[in-house]
Design a protein around this ligand. Structure first.
Ligand code: 3PG
Length: 209
């Protein structure tokens, strides 16, 4: 297995993408996702609370696989790894970031939105790529169109994917899983609606082919 292959870690059909304003919400949220059957999550580096949230889930929720997302520069790789990230996710992947992700001690799911970007990342040894922003970049039609020319690359489409369109993505042979914020949206986290998050996690697990 390549170090940069996150496949063994991405056990669910859906990777919930979560943005946390309060680190204290992280552990209850992770437990709510686990209760619904999802044991992988992506915590975005979009808030000051993000790294503390990652450390809390890593320390307290042993069964949860924690991806750190919105990695946009090499220093983010260092911070995420130091916080205990199991894998790393980027929205797009300039060359300097690709090198940092390839050198990281944990696997990565680097972001791409074009054929050339996908080819460049595959050549560096990344077999699974985040296709972002999926809906805005061509969605199902893009993934179908690249399946034959890029038969060895699998994608995790994210961005505009939700409970209504996820099944269509998961039916594609070049899709490993989908990502999205719909399972644990910011409003639900802010409102403490853990039951709703568990219910959406359960529905997401049921999307498995
Ligand atoms: C991400 O960072 O992957 C996206 O913000 C998730 O996109 P969504 O909010 O459209 O699901």
């Amino acid at each position: 297995m390549l170090l940069s292959d996150p496949t063994p870690l991405i056990t669910g059909p859906v990777v919930p993408v979560v943005t946390l304003d309060r680190a204290a919400d992280a552990v209850p949220l992770a437990r709510a996702l686990l209760a619904g059957g999802l044991s992988v999550m992506e915590i975005t580096l979009r808030t000051p609370a993000a790294l503390e949230a990652v450390r809390a889930v890593v320390a307290e929720v042993a069964d949860m696989v924690v991806g750190v997302g919105t990695i946009v520069k090499p220093l983010d790789v260092t911070h995420a790894v130091d916080a205990g990230a199991d894998f790393l996710v980027s929205p797009g992947t300039p060359a300097n970031l690709a090198r940092a992700l390839a050198d990281a001690p944990v696997p990565a799911l680097p972001g791409c939105a074009t054929v050339s970007e996908a080819m460049a990342l595959a050549a560096l040894g990344f077999p699974v790529l985040k296709f972002f922003p999926a809906e805005a970049s061509g969605g199902l039609r893009w993934l179908n169109a690249v399946a034959e020319p890029l038969p060895d690359i699998r994608f995790c489409p994210t961005g505009g994917v939700n409970g209504n369109n996820a099944a269509g993505y998961l039916a594609l042979r070049n899709v490993l899983a989908v990502g999205g914020s719909w399972v644990a949206p910011a409003q639900a986290i802010a409102a403490g609606d853990l039951a709703g998050i568990t219910a959406r996690a359960r529905a997401a697990v049921a999307l498995r082919r």
